[in-house]
Write a protein that binds this ligand. Structure first.
Ligand code: HAM
Length: 420
């Protein structure tokens, strides 16, 4: 038997319905915030992610699916959406005529060779937004606002945005130096990966999954203490806006996030989920240097992404009503094979007229068909029998009140429209 790969999941039945429910809400909220839908390829040149996300990050050094295609090109399955959107932005010279910022959202499969566990997969789905072309704190608020409101719309309670700032390039550089100076005396106590991180990129030590709870990291310097005046003022303005918008946030002075491209605000969305406790469901931040790093002009940008898998799990545990029932408008049933042709015609006719319609494909008895209609919560039953059909009539039964009426087959659509 061939089985699915480790860290992948089949999505069907109720799980599909939950995703459709989430997708619909995402589409509605993105329309309100004026984000347009974008799809970028599943695979890109490896260099895009290696350069964009950073070679010293865990995502790139341990988790990317890298391979050579049959033409000998270095290819990577996308581990996240931001770098691909930036590549699209640069390749299509979207910056050439930037009268308005570019606001896009995606809903895509990502691939990370992660250690699979509950809510963590190797093939995962992310919803993300990217807001490109504005450096104003208003743009940060737009993105944090959509992240926060999406989770509230999902029905999750106790949603908190954890925020921090890395400051501009100068502040980030100052902090990096201070952190290195602080960590060097502890080098021998750090895990082997962190010893290497220390040389390549000390910031990455802060999101080490092994050392994260150690006293050494708990006492590490705060980014906020190394901000210059401009970065500090920007951060304070952001907090004022968040308060004004009534967005529930807390400051986490050591939040740096696991991707290298951030500066200024970084944030994570955490929900207090029954049984599971605090779950980090998504994150993002400002990345003013990424487009330039990928070969484009200097264009500021900010964005966020959430994982579907963890979010739906959190919604499940929080008792969100996903509306999983199949709700048919009409179930067409037939007494014998003589009415099958009419059943087939009517099913199609009603569907084309906008009714969610189903019929029997398994030659079930009438009793069996009644049971199927009930299982699918059909509002109306249309029962066909030879005798009535000869007079152009069908029996229409309201499946809730059990009232039944004979209706001329040519008036069926009108009748149902009048009763739904
Ligand atoms: P990220 O924090 O790497 O950020 O991923 C965002 C979210 O994807 C996580 O919070 C988590 O919910 C989900 N996720 C990550 N890895 C897995 C996994 N192995 N299994 C299930 N879910 C997972 C980014 O990807 C950035 N591109 C976000 C961003 C957009 N920043 C700016 N714009």
């Amino acid at each position: 038997m061939i089985i699915k790969q480790k860290g992948t999941i089949d999505i069907y039945g109720d799980e599909t319905k939950k995703r459709i429910y989430v997708n619909d809400l995402i589409r509605i909220i993105c329309e309100k915030y004026n984000y347009g839908y974008i799809e970028t390829p599943v695979f890109e040149a490896s260099e895009l992610f290696h350069r964009g996300i950073g070679d010293s990050t865990d995502i790139v050094s341990k988790e990317t699916y890298d391979f050579k295609d049959r033409g000998g090109r270095d290819i990577t399955l996308r581990p996240e959406g931001t770098a691909g959107v930036c590549r699209w932005f640069i390749e299509n010279k979207m910056y050439g005529n930037l009268t308005e910022p570019v606001k896009v959202y995606y809903n895509e499969k990502m691939y990370r060779y992660d250690r699979p566990q509950l809510g963590r997969y190797r093939e995962l789905t992310q919803f993300g937004v990217e807001f490109i072309g504005a450096d104003d704190v208003l743009a940060d608020i737009d993105v944090i606002g959509i992240a926060y409101h999406t989770y509230c719309l999902f029905g999750l309670k106790n949603v908190t945005i954890k925020i921090n700032t890395l400051g501009d390039d100068e502040a980030r550089k100052n902090y990096k130096e201070a952190l290195l100076e602080y960590l060097i005396p502890y080098k021998d106590s750090l895990c082997n990966d962190c010893k290497k991180r220390l040389e390549k990129n000390p910031l990455r030590v802060l999101d080490c999954k092994i050392d994260c709870d150690s006293e050494i990291l708990k006492n590490a310097p705060y980014t906020i203490d190394y901000l210059n005046d401009v970065s500090l003022e920007r951060y304070n303005t952001l907090k004022e806006y968040l308060e004004l918008m009534d967005i529930n946030f807390v400051e986490d002075p050591r939040l740096v996030r696991g991707l290298d491209y951030y500066n200024h605000v970084v944030f994570e969305i955490v929900a207090d989920v029954p049984v599971m406790g605090n779950l980090a469901l998504g994150g993002g931040g400002r990345y003013n240097g990424l487009i330039e790093k990928l070969g484009g002009p200097k264009v500021p940008a900010v964005g966020f992404a959430m994982g579907y898998d963890r979010t739906i799990m959190a919604m499940d545990y929080s008792g969100v009503n996903f509306d999983l029932k199949t709700n048919l408008d009409v179930y067409i049933m037939y007494v014998s094979n003589c009415e099958k042709e009419t059943a087939s015609f009517l099913t199609q006719e009603l569907r084309l007229n906008g009714f969610i319609t189903e019929t029997d494909y398994l030659d079930k008895s009438l009793k069996g068909q009644f049971k199927s209609a009930d299982r699918m919560n059909a509002k109306y039953l249309v029962i066909l029998n030879d005798g009535d059909l000869n007079e152009m009539l069908v029996n229409v039964k309201d499946n809730l009140t059990k009232e039944e009426e004979k209706v001329n087959i040519n008036n069926l659509v009108e009748y149902l429209e009048g009763h739904m």
